[in-house]
Design a protein around this ligand. Structure first.
Ligand SMILES: *[C@@H]1O[C@H](CO)[C@@H](O)[C@H](O)[C@H]1NC(C)=O
Ligand SMILES: *[C@@H]1O[C@H](CO)[C@@H](O)[C@H](O)[C@H]1NC(C)=O
Ligand SMILES: *[C@@H]1O[C@H](CO)[C@@H](O)[C@H](O)[C@H]1NC(C)=O
Ligand SMILES: *[C@@H]1O[C@H](CO)[C@@H](O)[C@H](O)[C@H]1NC(C)=O
Ligand SMILES: *[C@@H]1O[C@H](CO)[C@@H](O)[C@H](O)[C@H]1NC(C)=O
Ligand SMILES: *[C@@H]1O[C@H](CO)[C@@H](O)[C@H](O)[C@H]1NC(C)=O
Ligand SMILES: *[C@@H]1O[C@H](CO)[C@@H](O)[C@H](O)[C@H]1NC(C)=O
Ligand SMILES: *[C@@H]1O[C@H](CO)[C@@H](O)[C@H](O)[C@H]1NC(C)=O
Ligand SMILES: *[C@@H]1O[C@H](CO)[C@@H](O)[C@H](O)[C@H]1NC(C)=O
Ligand SMILES: *[C@@H]1O[C@H](CO)[C@@H](O)[C@H](O)[C@H]1NC(C)=O
Ligand SMILES: *[C@@H]1O[C@H](CO)[C@@H](O)[C@H](O)[C@H]1NC(C)=O
Ligand SMILES: *[C@@H]1O[C@H](CO)[C@@H](O)[C@H](O)[C@H]1NC(C)=O
Length: 447
């Protein structure tokens, strides 16, 4: 049958051109998957999948991932089921063999993208670039998923051990009034229920006392979490299927910060003495129903305190006071202190700069005082001149005969003269009795 020539060719082919032959027969790695699949919520869906490979691996591991913007979560792992995300455990099955990589998911509840990867020790090939979208449709027999929506902020930064209020509104099908509101927290080990409007029994023990619904209205799903300690991703819903995460992949990421927001003092620019101004102190927070308390270090009888809803879970509490600048306050510290629910305080200090102004009242007083002084000086001078003139008269009379009208000034002068004489006398006396030295007294002191 086989000619030696054939054999030669075969040998040539086998040993000389193996690479060439292999290249001819080789197909690249490819995955064949649909672009998207529509599936009713809570139904079982099969994602058809086949692949081609250079040579079909004898033994390989098949992994299916749920596409994520940061990391892809494993939803099926033929080698190790414990690596599968808890939300998918016991819900995914590989239905094919060989090059059939189809996956079945039961109870689908989220619209998401999925892709397979095939791996053995020497390769790991995935279809990451072309994932399959599963469109989840329909919610109940009475309505479709699009009749449900939950609106809430995507991120909120809250102060450690303080409170956070996640604003939230919901729309529901007009004919579906009999629902129960719940909130979930994403957890690597499977999401937990942190709030249930009907019962506390199936709520995670750690959250029972911490969570409450803010407004008891059908259209409001705002959640208050007290004493918040850890970062977390929260989402509202009415059950495991109809919820913000399943329907739209939406969560509210609460970031817990160790430090309060910055306090802001305004209205202290260009202070002028005696011109009243309104100064205010403001701080952002996340606890609309119990805002931090603001205190000033200057006396104020009627601070106007407002708590402003800034949307997206942020509130601003503002304390406004009327302040009459005084030059006494110049360079003194102005302090505003915020005390949070958890006892944490934050202080903002500013140095007051008060411009002393030329006050019209002050100058009137000054001028009046100066005028009065000037008048007094004038009067005194006049009296003095008058008296001097009279004095001359008196001395002239005194030389002739003793006059009872001797002025005080004259009398004084005489007394001084007498004293002087006495002193002189005493000095002499001292010199005579205690000292032979006839020199002046001051020399005696020097000795
Ligand atoms: C296989 O991939 C290479 C490059 O990655 C490409 O040049 C070649 O044409 C592909 N072959 C087939 C059969 O698709
Ligand atoms: C899934 O939804 C996308 C848009 O969200 C749409 O383009 C696509 O056609 C849908 N696929 C199916 C199978 O309905
Ligand atoms: C989802 O389907 C299962 C049975 O397949 C059923 O027991 C369960 O109640 C359904 N859940 C919802 C929320 O419809
Ligand atoms: C992985 O698969 C390739 C292709 O089938 C094969 O050549 C290789 O031996 C396999 N490696 C192991 C460790 O099984
Ligand atoms: C399976 O995966 C888990 C989690 O990644 C790991 O702890 C465990 O060691 C793995 N088991 C095996 C048999 O590889
Ligand atoms: C894969 O295998 C399953 C079960 O044997 C079969 O139903 C399905 O049609 C196969 N898919 C493809 C794409 O071959
Ligand atoms: C795949 O499974 C089918 C039955 O589901 C079987 O007939 C076929 O031989 C299997 N193929 C391989 C390559 O194991
Ligand atoms: C295989 O590839 C996928 C997607 O490219 C990647 O996420 C995964 O970590 C890889 N696995 C291993 C074991 O390298
Ligand atoms: C929902 O609709 C399906 C058919 O679409 C029906 O079989 C089922 O009984 C309905 N369930 C309820 C609770 O109405
Ligand atoms: C929560 O329950 C109260 C009474 O228990 C009810 O009035 C309110 O409408 C419910 N709110 C929501 C959003 O379910
Ligand atoms: C509070 O937050 C708003 C934005 O929500 C910002 O414009 C404002 O400056 C902040 N105020 C303070 C006092 O930090
Ligand atoms: C705060 O504002 C948001 C958005 O405007 C609104 O949804 C929320 O109900 C408001 N909260 C209160 C307590 O008024």
């Amino acid at each position: 049958m086989k000619s030696p020539f054939d054999c030669l060719i075969l040998t040539f082919c086998l040993f000389v051109l193996p690479g060439h032959f292999a290249a001819l027969g080789q197909t690249n790695w490819t995955f064949t998957l649909p672009e998207s699949i529509e599936a009713p919520i809570n139904s079982t869906v099969e994602i058809p999948c086949t692949f081609t490979a250079p040579d079909v691996p004898g033994k390989y591991d098949l992994t299916w991932y749920k596409y994520g913007s940061i990391t892809h979560e494993e939803v099926y792992n033929s080698d190790n089921q414990s690596r599968v995300h808890p939300d998918y455990i016991h819900r995914t099955f590989h239905v094919g063999n060989g090059t059939n990589c189809s996956l079945t998911i039961t109870g689908v509840r989220e619209t998401a993208w999925y892709f397979p990867a095939i791996r053995n020790d020497s390769f790991n090939i995935s279809s990451e670039q072309k994932p399959v979208k599963i469109n989840v449709t329909g919610c109940t027999n009475r309505s479709t998923c699009s009749s449900w929506s939950f609106t809430f902020p995507r991120t909120i930064t809250a102060l450690d051990s303080s409170c956070v209020e996640i604003p939230c509104t919901l729309t529901h099908p007009a004919n579906d009034m009999d629902f129960n509101l719940v909130w979930f927290l994403r957890m690597p080990s499977g999401d937990v229920k942190v709030y249930d409007n009907k019962t506390r029994h199936n709520v995670d023990r750690k959250y029972v006392r911490q969570t409450s619904l803010l407004r008891m209205r059908r259209s409001s799903c705002a959640l208050k979490i007290n004493n918040i300690k850890k970062d977390g991703q929260y989402y509202p819903g009415i059950n495991q299927i109809i919820n913000a995460y399943n329907l739209d992949g939406k969560v509210c990421t609460v970031t817990v910060s160790e430090f309060p927001q910055k306090l802001e003092i305004t209205g202290t620019e260009n202070l002028k003495e005696s011109i009243a101004v309104n100064i205010s102190c403001a701080i952002n927070h996340t606890c609309g129903s119990s805002p931090p308390e603001l205190q000033w270090n200057i006396k104020n009888d009627n601070a106007n305190v407002r708590n402003v809803n800034r949307t997206r879970g942020t509130w601003t509490v503002i304390s406004e006071i009327s302040y009459l600048p005084s030059s006494k306050d110049n360079n003194s510290p102005l302090e505003c202190k915020a005390t949070f629910q958890n006892g944490v305080t934050s202080v903002q200090t500013e140095t007051l700069l008060v411009e002393a102004s030329a006050d019209p009242n002050v100058s009137v007083i000054t001028i009046s005082v100066l005028a009065v002084i000037a008048c007094l000086v004038l009067i005194v001078s006049l009296v003095f001149i008058y008296r001097r003139t009279k004095c001359f008269h008196a001395s002239a009379i005194g030389e002739v005969g003793e006059s009872p009208e001797l002025t005080y000034t004259t009398l004084n002068r005489r007394e001084v003269a007498e004293d002087y004489d006495t002193l002189k006398f005493d000095n002499r006396g001292n010199a005579a009795t205690g000292n032979e030295n006839d020199g002046p007294y001051y020399e005696n002191i020097q000795l």
